[in-house]
Design a protein around this ligand. Sequence first.
Ligand code: SAH
Length: 359
Amino acid sequence: MALVHENEEVRSHEDMVGAFALLYHHLFSFIKPMALKCVVDLGIPDAIHRRGCAATVSCIAADTGVHATRIPDLRCLMKLLTTSGLFGAATTADGEVVYTLTAASSLVVGPRGLSNIVRFVAGPVSVTPFLDMPAWLRTAPAPDAPKSPFELTHGRSRWDPANADDDTMNDAAFAESQLLIEAVLSDHGDVFRGLTSLVDVGGGHGSFAKAVATAFPNIKCAVMDLPHVVADAPIADGSVQFVAGNMFESIPPADAVLLKYVLHCWGEDDCVKILRRCKDAIPARDAGGKVIITEMVLGSGPRDRNVAETEEMHSLFLTCISGVGREEHEWKKIFSDAGFSDYKITPVMGPISVIEVYP
Ligand code: SAH
């Protein structure tokens, strides 16, 4: 059967069914992060883990305070997240469904897991600016105009010190740092080998620098961040030195400067300024000098549609909070404009890479 569309294109019935399915898939896709946040808020991955990584829906309900009358709704929630790969399911001989953790849901188990990322990214502070995206796109840039959809919605920048009170943001950064540290240190420890000193610029409360100092006791590690962040840092245990400062003015000297998730907060000109200060702080390449960056390099991961979509969604998320996702050629231009001679990209975890930049 052929349908005649108003623009005179002839489309087959199969095309129309496919188009409808694709549109509805997009439309209802917002349910996935909401369902994920719901199970994380209820503590379901932890409950399944405590039950030996397999639990029936009644056990899950009993362990997480879900009311017995809501078990059919809970089943519906678990079914979606099982179809989408977050949980596994097997049916026992007496017909009961037992839910299990998959590699992906294991990542949100425990206090060091990524549950805080889920709460932050799928929470109202991050979600509501997307509702203001059309208004944002029609806003002309002006000195006093909001600089991101986040700022338009919340009346302050994502990087405003006032956000320090929002635990979901800080806990999210901390949780992802932990996982990234483990991935870098276990598979790519060479990045740090041979260094005698390192300064983690914009290093927040120092979780990454502390992990480096623990894995490499010979590296003298320092964290530099804005005064209000350093003032709030946990009591120093001596393994890491905290320095209050401004990376646009000067950076303490070290063999290597680490910039983890710092440059994606800034436009190209500011990135060049920051990197020039980094170059002032490190020795020449043959004396071991380098800048170590951890960021997404768009388009550098394995090319399947899931990866491409994840990168693009992540990039739009950064746009929304006034950050910037960059492809390799964009990074390359920034490094060369800041006077660096060479760089090396090593993918470490999903779309996140380590970029070593040499003077
Ligand atoms: N590296 C950390 C934090 C990244 S967020 C992590 O990976 O989790 C960016 C950090 O840059 C924040 O801690 C912020 O306080 C810091 N920052 C912003 N402007 C700065 C400046 N001018 N000088 C030094 N640090 C700055």
